[in-house]
Each structure stands twice: as structure tokens, then as C-alpha cells.
Design a protein around this ligand. Structure first.
Ligand code: HEM
Length: 652
């Protein structure tokens, strides 16, 4: 009996080994034939077991001879962020394949290759298996491909109009003012805020509130303003700001709490299926499940509300995302009057799925960009002064919220504000690996360094954003600021692409009045789908080669919320820096009293310690959970009225 079991085990193991070997041999043959440089690694990076085993496999493997493991250690999880351009530099190529028994992968930091991949949308589709978990409420624009994607994208694109961007601008200014008031404890006469350690959360709140208003017509009030509930009071625009979304009786959580908790626990919700989440005995999972159910209910109520409004033909010129989804699904006043209403072209689940994915895709990305813009500006006082000088020229002493959106927004895009935004997104693009693929049985030609190569069939492709944004073959470079003390151990040794230098975008410092928006190319099919195929940056600023600057990705599957996010961030920069400066908190090194007695040199010394710590945090404590963010700790910042700065260390 025992010998039969042993024999069966041996046979199974042999068959499994044979299968692995055959797959590996097939993948290796395809890589050899491709003409693309390749390296062999033991695991397919997206294999769940491999990902889970990182914790114990990697420490054991580190005991093996370095020559055996060197290459694949360089390519462990999140290497694109951790190692940036260095693996490409060491392999001597900007595009390479990894060969493993499960699947071949192509990594690239080559602008020309990125351009080919992002423009040939049917040759290089999205690998939909990566987005499976985002379907929790229903299929949507992110989780679909081909004709289905076109349908979703066409329906969801109308709200991303200049008219709505105007609303993004006004709502951001209002919420941002409330956020700043909170930092000053409501006393705007104060010259200096307390040290703020909540910036990451504040930025999350701000971006959520702006999406709620501009995306769904739901107005949320900042805690502590206007006698509202601590967690934000929900008002529905269409009902004249008087009623709440949903009926509070039916809910166990407020709308804000449900959304906040859902996003806070998003990894649980995405990884664990709802039926399991419901029954797990942990507090965190219970809360995640309740938030998942509650937010779904709120969205469903909002959907029913908007549907009723649209069916009565009472939506006016409102075109928020939910109205767009209702109308796009074929629900109109006319459709309700016919004898047999036409079938909905989006199911109720798909409508909810899209509502969810817009919040998911739009809130964390924008929030982190805001957070890091402020932190980076605190480390570069000269850039901050330049920004303030540009804002003074643009606003000419008028309060930002009393200025004309249409007049100031192109100027902001073309000024140091646009440069700060571009530079932050170059250094800390929230999406660190843009996924693409080739289909089974569909190898694809690719022009690589002047010769035609072949990307193997069924290949997973990752465009490594941190690497292409630091690729010295694509960007003008200068020498590193301090080679003895690089701001990143691998990436700041022989050029300055690791440094936050918004000035690199300024072509002509005297041309700052040149008002220029990032333009929209006349590509009718693309613009029909809300796809902006033009450069991300204003023509008055430096424009990198196509494919070299991709914080919003490129081509048909690029970010639909690009302009929305840009307008929001520019509004925050304009409002804050026209009145305030941001400073690094030095509380860990000296008290306010001690700083008050310091001379310039002594101040420089404590400030430099704080700057080094922020640099460390922004390298070592960052990681990409869904998007790139600070995984632990907080960056301490202070806001002071302009003219009352304590530190002017590197201002000149
Ligand atoms: C700084 C802010 C933002 C950044 C850096 C960013 C970046 C990106 C990137 C890189 C992609 C492509 C992802 C991929 O191919 O896997 C993407 C797609 C998308 N983004 Fe954004 N995003 C931002 C803000 C927003 C906002 C504010 C919204 C909506 C309100 C939004 C909605 C979307 C949607 C719906 C897609 C999927 C588009 C499609 O597949 O057709 N994003 N974004």
C-alpha cells in the first residue's frame, strides 16, 4: 500500500517536473527567437504563491551564492520602485525579457517601445486577470477590453469636460480653504500652523470630497466647518443642498464613514471575496464587509434617485458621472414613454462598478500627488519661492477664489505650478508598473533600437514608470547635487534625475505669462472616447519625447481623469502658496524656542537633518500597495504666512 502511494507521488512529481521543464523550454525558445535581450529567473512575478512566499523564500535564498541569485534579487517584487533605472543600466538595455517556467515577461523603460505598446491597443491589450479584484461591484471601464471597454469609456467620458473641470477648481478651492483653516485651528490671524502630521489623511479627504462633488454631485463638508457632523455631512446638490443621500434609517454607517472605511480597508475588500469577508472573525474584516455593503447601498440609492430624475427629464444640464452612466445606459425620459423600453446597455452592477472604480482610480492617486508636492516643496525652498513669484504674477494680488478659472488655469499650467506638478509626477508617479500583454498565439513585432524584434505570445508586459522617468537616454541630465550623499543609493550616482528640480521643466524663465494648456490632438476616435492623445504638459514647458513621461500612461488606455487631477492639484498649489509657505518640521531636533535663538548656519543644520529624514522616508518608507504611497510614519510639515518663514536655507 505504502509503496503504491510513494510510487504515485513519484510519478506525479516527475510529471509535474516534466511539465515545468517543457513550459520553461518553450518560453526560453520564444525568448531566444525574439531578438530581445533576456534573463532567466526562477519565478513568474505575478504568481500568487511566489508573491506570498517572498517573506520566507527571499531570506533563505539570500544565503545562496550571490552569483546564483543576483539577477532575480534585483527583480523581486516592487523592484521598479526600489531599484528604478539601475537594472536596465546594468543589463545594458532599456527593454528586456525575463524567462521563467510559467510565463515570459517584458520590462521596458524605453520611450519608443512604450509609445509603440500604448498606441497599438489591439496588439497589446490590458492583461485583464490583473484587474479581476476590481470587479467587486461589477464590470467597469478598467476591467474590460475591446468593444466592451469602448462602450464603458464612451459612456463615462462626458463628465470629464472643461465645464466639470471648472467645478473641480471651485470645489477644490473651497475644500482646500477649509483644510488650511483646520491647520490654523480656525484662526486665520495666526502666522504659523502647528506641526501637521495628518497631511496624508487630509489630502485623501480633500480628493474624496472633490470627486464626490464633481463626480457625483454630492457635497461633503470638511469636519469642523458650518456646524456639521464630525465625519462630514452629506448633501445632495440636486435637492438644493437640503437632504442627505440615502435614508439614514436604513444605514449603519454614514456615507462618508462607509466610503472612508471602504477605501481604508480596500486591500481586504479586493483580495477576500465578499462571502468570505462576511464570515471572517476579525474586527477589520467585519468593518470592511460592512463598509462594502453600506457604500454599495448608498450608491444604489443614488443611482435610483438619478434614474428617477432622468426619467422625469429633470436632470437639467447636470452631467455628473452617475447621470452620465444612467443616460449612457439608455435610461432617458424618451425611453420610458415607449411601449417597450429598450434594454439597458449597462447593467445596474456595471453602473455601480464604474462609480466605484472612478473613486478608486481617482482619489488615492491625486491625494498622494498633493501630499508629496507639499513635502517636496518643503525640501526645496528655492523652488517654493519661484512658485510664489509666479503665483504673484498670475493673480496680481487678487484672491485665488475670486479669479477667473478660464483665465488663470492656462497660466498655471505654463508656470512653476505646472512644473512642480510635472516634476512630482516624474519622481513619484503613483502607478509604478503599467500592465499590458500579448495575447495567446499572437506574438507581436516591436521596433527595438532600429531592428524589428518579436514580443513572444502570451507575454506579460510591465512599463516601469520610475525607470523611464529616470532614464538618462531620454531626459536631459545634470551632475548629481551631492555624489557623496546620494538621495538614492542606486539612482543618484551619476546624474540628477533622482532630484526634485521643477526648474528642469522651465524652458524660458521670462516666458511665464505664456498661457498654454496641455492640448488636445485632433484625433476624432480618441477624443470621442475622452482619450487625450496629446502631451501631458503645457507647450510653454519642457516636453519630453513621447513615451518618456507617462504618469497618466499614454494612448487609448491612458487616464481619463488626467485633467481633473491636474486642475485639482494646481488649485491647491495656487491657494496655499499664494498666501503661505510650507516648512519642514524640525521638532525632532530643536524646540521652537531654540530655533528662535539660532543663527542662519544653525538653522541650516537642523533644517538639513529634517530634509535628510524626509528624503529617507520618501525612499525607504514608500511602497506601492495599490499606488505609490508612504507605508509607515508621517512627514511633519508646518505652514506659515508668507514673509514669516523660519527657514530660508536653500532659497537662493
Ligand atoms: C494624479 C492623479 C492620477 C494619476 C497619476 C493617474 C494615473 C493613471 C494611470 C497611469 C492610468 C492607466 C493605468 C493602467 O493602464 O493600468 C489611469 C487610468 C485611469 N484613471 Fe487615472 N490617474 C489619476 C487621477 C485620476 C482621476 C482623478 C480619475 C477619475 C476621477 C481617474 C480615473 C481613471 C480611470 C477610470 C482609468 C482607466 C481608464 C481606462 O482604462 O480606459 N484617474 N490613471
Amino acid at each position: 500500500m505504502l509503496s503504491t502511494i510513494v510510487l504515485a507521488l513519484l510519478v506525479s512529481l516527475t510529471l509535474y517536473a516534466l511539465k515545468i521543464y517543457t513550459q520553461f523550454a518553450r518560453n526560453l525558445a520564444a525568448a531566444k527567437k525574439s531578438g530581445i535581450p533576456y534573463v532567466i529567473i526562477p519565478f513568474y512575478q505575478l504568481n500568487r504563491l511566489y508573491q506570498l512566499s517572498q517573506l520566507f523564500v527571499v531570506p533563505i535564498a539570500r544565503k545562496l551564492p550571490v552569483s546564483w541569485t543576483e539577477i532575480w534579487f534585483d527583480l523581486t517584487l516592487e523592484w521598479g520602485w526600489a531599484r528604478r533605472y539601475e537594472p536596465f543600466k546594468r543589463f545594458g538595455t532599456d527593454t528586456f525579457l525575463t524567462v521563467s517556467p510559467e510565463r515570459n515577461q517584458l520590462y521596458t523603460a524605453d520611450a519608443n517601445v512604450i509609445s509603440q505598446i500604448t498606441t497599438r491597443k489591439t496588439d497589446f491589450p490590458k492583461p485583464l486577470e490583473v484587474y479581476e479584484s476590481i470587479k467587486i461591484y461589477g464590470n467597469n471601464v478598467v476591467t474590460s477590453e475591446g468593444q466592451v471597454w469602448r462602450h464603458h469609456r464612451k459612456i463615462t467620458s462626458p463628465p470629464f469636460s472643461e465645464k466639470n473641470n471648472h467645478l473641480v477648481w471651485t470645489e477644490t478651492l473651497e475644500q482646500c480653504q477649509a483644510m488650511v483653516n483646520g491647520w490654523f485651528d480656525g484662526n486665520t490671524g495666526k502666522t504659523e500652523s502647528k506641526t501637521i502630521y495628518t497631511l496624508a489623511d487630509d489630502a485623501m479627504r480633500l480628493s474624496l470630497y472633490v470627486i464626490s462633488r464633481a463626480g457625483f454631485g454630492v457635497r461633503l463638508q470638511w469636519p469642523g466647518t458650518g456646524g456639521t457632523h464630525a465625519n462630514g455631512h452629506v448633501k445632495n446638490e440636486e435637492e438644493n443642498n437640503t437632504s442627505s443621500v440615502g435614508n439614514a434609517q436604513k444605514h449603519t454607517m454614514s456615507y462618508t464613514d462607509a466610503l472612508g472605511s471602504l477605501l481604508h480597508n480596500i486591500l481586504w475588500v479586493l483580495i477576500v471575496p465578499p462571502f468570505l469577508l462576511k464570515h471572517l472573525p476579525f474586527q477589520r474584516t467585519k468593518e470592511s464587509y460592512t463598509a462594502f455593503v453600506e457604500w454599495g447601498k448608498y450608491m444604489n440609492e443614488m443611482f435610483q434617485q438619478k434614474k428617477a430624475t432622468v426619467l422625469k427629464g429633470e436632470e437639467g444640464d447636470s452631467m455628473d458621472l452617475m447621470v452620465a452612466l444612467v443616460k449612457g445606459a439608455g435610461i432617458t425620459k424618451e425611453s420610458s414613454t415607449g411601449e417597450k423600453p429598450p434594454a439597458q446597455t449597462l447593467t445596474d452592477e456595471e453602473i455601480l462598478g464604474n462609480a466605484f472604480v472612478f473613486i478608486l482610480a481617482g482619489h488615492e492617486t491625486t491625494a498622494n500627488t498633493l501630499h508629496f508636492c507639499l513635502a517636496l516643496l518643503a525640501t526645496n525652498i528655492a523652488a517654493q519661492r519661484h512658485l510664489q513669484a509666479d503665483l504673484d504674477e498670475i493673480f496680481q494680488g487678487r484672491p485665488v477664489n475670486e479669479s477667473e478659472y478660464e483665465e488663470v488655469i492656462p497660466k498655471l499650467f505654463a508656470s512653476m505650478a505646472g512644473a512642480v506638478l510635472n516634476e512630482e509626477l516624474r519622481l513619484l508617479a503613483p502607478v509604478v508598473g503599467v500592465p499590458k500583454s500579448t495575447l495567446k498565439d499572437s506574438p507581436q513585432p516591436l521596433e527595438l533600437g532600429g531592428k524589428t524584434c518579436t514580443v513572444p505570445a502570451d507575454c506579460y508586459i510591465a512599463i516601469i514608470t520610475p525607470a523611464v522617468h529616470r532614464n538618462p537616454n531620454q531626459w536631459p541630465t545634470g551632475p548629481p547635487a551631492n555624489p557623496q550623499k546620494p538621495s538614492h543609493p542606486l539612482s543618484n550616482l551619476d546624474n540628477d534625475l533622482e532630484e526634485f528640480k521643477p526648474e528642469r521643466w522651465i524652458l524660458d524663465p521670462d516666458a511665464k505669462h505664456a498661457a498654454s494648456m496641455p492640448d488636445q490632438e485632433a484625433d476624432t476616435e480618441a477624443s470621442h472616447l475622452g482619450v487625450n492623445t496629446a502631451a501631458d504638459t503645457s507647450a510653454a514647458l519642457y516636453r519630453p519625447p513621447k513615451g518618456a513621461y507617462i504618469p497618466f500612461s499614454e494612448g487609448y488606455r491612458s487616464c481619463i481623469g488626467r485633467r481633473f487631477a491636474q486642475v485639482e492639484i494646481l488649485a491647491v498649489l495656487a491657494l496655499i502658496f499664494s498666501l503661505y509657505s510650507v516648512e519642514l518640521a524640525v521638532d525632532a531636533y530643536a524646540s521652537d524656542e531654540e530655533v528662535g535663538k539660532m543663527n542662519d548656519q544653525e538653522k541650516f543644520e537642523v533644517w538639513s537633518k529634517a530634509r535628510d529624514e524626509v528624503n529617507r522616508q520618501m525612499n525607504e518608507d514608500m511602497g506601492a500597495i495599490i499606488t505609490l504611497q508612504l507605508r509607515k510614519g508621517a512627514i511633519g510639515l508646518r505652514f506659515v504666512k508668507r514673509g514669516k518663514e523660519r527657514f530660508n536655507c536653500n532659497a537662493r
